[in-house]
Every structure is written in structure tokens, then in C-alpha cells.
Design a protein around this ligand. Structure first.
Ligand code: ZN
Length: 426
């Protein structure tokens, strides 16, 4: 049991309340909850001069790529993938992925992210590190068959193994999903079989869509259809729950497909800008009531996992592009990073309410960029740098007044440095 005393809530920051947590849930929010027959071992957290916010949800990333931070900046996506990323990825081992994942987990915890949606390989090591970190996650094995039948069978087998393994862990914080990389790297057969597997195990699908103009052209050449039209034509969206990362270049017809099939979008503005991919039409998607969430993408193209940067950018970028300061207001961008992300991943979190998962972040209000202590949501969107004080995930304290409780920070940094050397010495 945890009691957070005298804390302010983001949507009602003028008065202080207590938040009572039992097991992994928020069971009560109110005044003077100390009088409520607390259990002897109840941990009391002083929330004075702090704001309690829902933990952020990062809906698109490749966590072990923390080790690729800064190795190949300022080049086009295909050159970035072919000449750098895929070369380094060929040298990865389970151990390297494990330490890279822990590094990413520390970065997320310290910047207020409590849940992430990942697609990568060496997934057993990602699962191990994620469990050790205490974070909540949806994990998928990234499948690429490059239209090769033998490879396709291997990829599908591995995905099914991973799904079964995650289910058998019986860890409510970790859920499986399916991760076909993209329509230009996966065959029609792989995509079709992915859909069937998603239905069989009732798991979501996490896929890259319409990230660059070249890739859209490639799919058009291959199939005579735009990517969403193509997937729609093969029934990919029938009975599945899809989270599509990027969605930068979309036709109106494709936006209709997204809308009519309840497809969730993960907006990754920093990665899209850095790789020169373009700017997703977010105001248009929001107007169509499409659920948009936020992602950082991997650290090779961002170069960090601080979702607060995406929150600010998603608000200001679209104002500039559309010459309209009213689009993507602070409520919208904050909701994209919390409630919408949780909804797409199927977790009852993203808001601080009784009955919801206790994924709570406390932020110290005694910081120059948060003063005056008014209009707190505006500060968090437009002024905050992500440096949080305390992080609770599923009723477990992962960061206590800036100190990690479960992970050995120095050891992870040391091992991450070592692993990086192994990747670049070719
Ligand atoms: Zn990605």
C-alpha cells in the first residue's frame, strides 16, 4: 500500500489531495486518507509542492537502439538503415540488447514514461530487462522477410514463440504484440499470416506505415495501391487492432481507411523531422476522430526517449505548419502522450482516477521553469524538460526522489559503454 499525501493533480492543481494505492491500482483519491485504516506497511510519500501526473505512454520505439545514439546523424533514412543501422544490428547479441534495453528503461523512468510499445529482436533479452526495470510494456518481435519464403516461416515462428512466452510469464505489466516491420519489407503472405495470428492470440499489431515518400512509391509500384489501400485490400485490418507508426504521407482515401477501421496512429515528430521524412497531417487525423498517440522511435533517429520533447513539438510543429496557433492545443498533446497511448495499448492507465492502474509520476514544482505554479498543464507541455522526481508503475516505486530503486544505474551505464564499443569496432 502506498499513500501519496498532499499532492496536486494536473487537472485540479489548486487544492491538495491524497492518493491511496493498493496493489497495482489507485483505490482512493481524497482528503486526509491517513485516517482510513492504513495497513502497517503502507509507504507514505510526501507530495507537498509536487504535481501528480499520469505516467507517459511511448507508443513507438526500439529500445535497444539507445546504443546507436549519435552514430549516424544527418543522413537520409535508406542510407541510415543500409549503411549504418543494419550493419550495427548484424553485430548485436542478446547481451548487448539486454544492456541497451536497461539503458533505455532508465532514460524513460527518469523522464516520466511508464509504458512503452516496442518492436525489435533478441526479444528474450528485452523481456528480461523490461521485467527487471518494472516498466509496463507491449513487446513485439520485429519481422522482416524481404519476400523470402524460408525467412517468412522463421519470422512467424519466432513471433508465435514470443507471444506464447510473454503469455506464460503471467506478468500483468507485459503484453505481447505482433510486429511486421512495414509493407515494403514484408511479403503479402507474411502480412496475411500476421493478421491471422493476431486474431488467434487476440494481440495488437504494431507496424511502420507511410513513413517516407519513397516507401509509399515503392508499395505503389509493387501493388498498384497506396500502403493503407493495399493492406485494406488484403483484409489486414479485419478484426485486428493496429497501431501504425509514423503515417506521414497519407492520401484522403487512406485517412478514411484509418478512420473506418479504428486504426491507432503513433506520431513520431522528432524522428520524422530528423530523418527528413516529413510532417504527419495530425490536425487532419484529429479532425477525423482518429486516436493519435506519441512515440519517440529508436534513439538512432531521435536521439533520446524523452517523450516530453514530443509533447511540446507535437503542439508547436502543427501550429507552425498550418499557420494556425489553435491546432493541437496543450490538452490534446498531453492526452496523446497519456490517455490515448494507454487506450491504444489496452492498459487501464493514462489518467489518475480511482480504479485505474497506479502509473503515477510526481514532479517537483519548485523549479524555475514551472513557476509561477499556475497553468500547470501548459508548463508541462511548453516549458518542462522531463526531469521527474518520483515514478510509480503498477503500485511499485521505480524512482524515489530522483533515485532508481530497482536498477543499478552506474553498472548499466558502464555496461552500455562497453556494448557500444563492440558495435562500432568493425
Ligand atoms: Zn520505428
Amino acid at each position: 500500500m502506498i499513500l501519496i499525501e498532499n499532492v496536486r493533480l494536473i487537472d485540479n492543481y489548486k487544492s491538495e489531495v491524497d492518493i491511496l494505492i493498493e496493489k497495482d491500482r489507485i483505490i482512493k483519491i481524497g482528503k486526509n486518507l491517513k485516517d482510513n485504516n492504513l495497513k502497517k506497511d503502507c509507504t507514505i510519500i510526501d507530495g507537498k509542492n509536487k504535481i501528480a501526473t499520469p505516467g507517459l505512454v511511448n507508443t513507438h520505439t526500439h529500445i535497444p537502439m539507445t546504443l546507436f545514439r549519435g552514430v549516424a546523424d544527418d543522413i537520409p533514412l535508406m542510407e541510415w538503415l543500409n549503411n549504418h543501422i543494419w550493419k550495427m544490428e548484424a553485430k548485436l547479441t542478446g547481451e548487448i540488447v539486454y544492456w541497451g534495453t536497461l539503458l533505455g528503461c532508465i532514460e524513460m523512468i527518469k523522464s516520466g514514461t511508464t509504458t512503452f510499445n516496442d518492436m525489435y529482436f533478441f526479444i528474450d533479452d528485452i523481456i528480461k530487462a523490461t521485467e527487471e526495470s518494472g516498466l509496463r510494456a507491449t513487446l513485439s518481435y520485429g519481422m522482416i522477410d524481404l519476400f523470402d519464403e524460408e525467412k517468412r516461416e522463421k519470422e512467424l515462428k519466432e513471433s508465435e514463440r514470443v507471444i506464447k512466452k510473454i503469455i506464460s510469464l503471467n506478468n500483468p505489466k507485459i503484453k505481447p504484440s505482433l510486429g511486421p516491420h512495414a509493407p515494403y519489407t514484408c511479403s503479402k503472405e507474411l502480412l496475411t499470416e500476421t493478421k491471422e495470428m493476431a486474431k488467434k492470440y487476440n494481440v495488437p499489431i504494431h507496424i511502420h506505415m507511410n513513413e517516407t515518400i519513397d516507401e509509399v512509391k515503392k508499395v505503389k509500384e509493387m501493388t498498384d495501391k497506396l500502403p493503407f489501400e493495399y493492406l485494406h485490400s488484403i483484409g489486414f485490418f479485419d478484426g485486428t487492432k493496429c497501431i501504425c507508426a509514423h503515417c506521414v504521407h497519407l492520401s484522403d482515401e487512406e485517412i478514411n481507411i484509418i478512420k473506418n477501421n479504428n486504426i491507432g496512429v503513433s506520431h513520431n515528430p522528432i524522428s520524422n523531422l530528423k530523418l527528413g521524412s516529413g510532417i504527419a497531417p495530425i490536425p487532419k487525423l484529429l479532425k477525423n476522430n482518429i486516436v493519435v498517440s506519441l512515440g519517440t522511435d529508436g534513439c538512432g533517429s531521435n536521439n533520446n526517449l524523452n517523450l516530453y520533447e514530443e509533447i511540446k513539438l507535437s503542439s508547436i510543429l502543427h501550429k507552425g505548419v498550418s499557420l494556425n496557433p489553435t491546432v493541437v492545443d496543450s490538452n490534446t498533446s498531453f492526452k496523446m502522450a497519456t490517455e490515448n497511448g494507454a487506450k491504444l495499448l489496452g492498459f487501464k492507465s493514462g489518467v489518475i482516477k480511482e480504479g485505474y492502474l497506479a502509473d503515477i509520476v510526481l514532479i517537483d514544482l519548485k523549479k524555475p521553469y514551472l513557476i509561477p505554479n499556475e497553468n500547470i498543464k501548459s508548463h508541462l507541455v511548453y516549458s518542462f524538460n522531463g526531469s521527474v522526481d518520483t515514478v510509480i508503475v503498477g503500485g511499485e516505486i521505480l524512482l524515489n526522489e530522483g533515485n532508481l530503486t530497482k536498477l543499478d544505474e552506474d553498472k548499466v551505464y558502464r555496461m552500455a559503454e562497453k556494448c557500444y564499443r563492440k558495435l562500432v569496432d568493425w
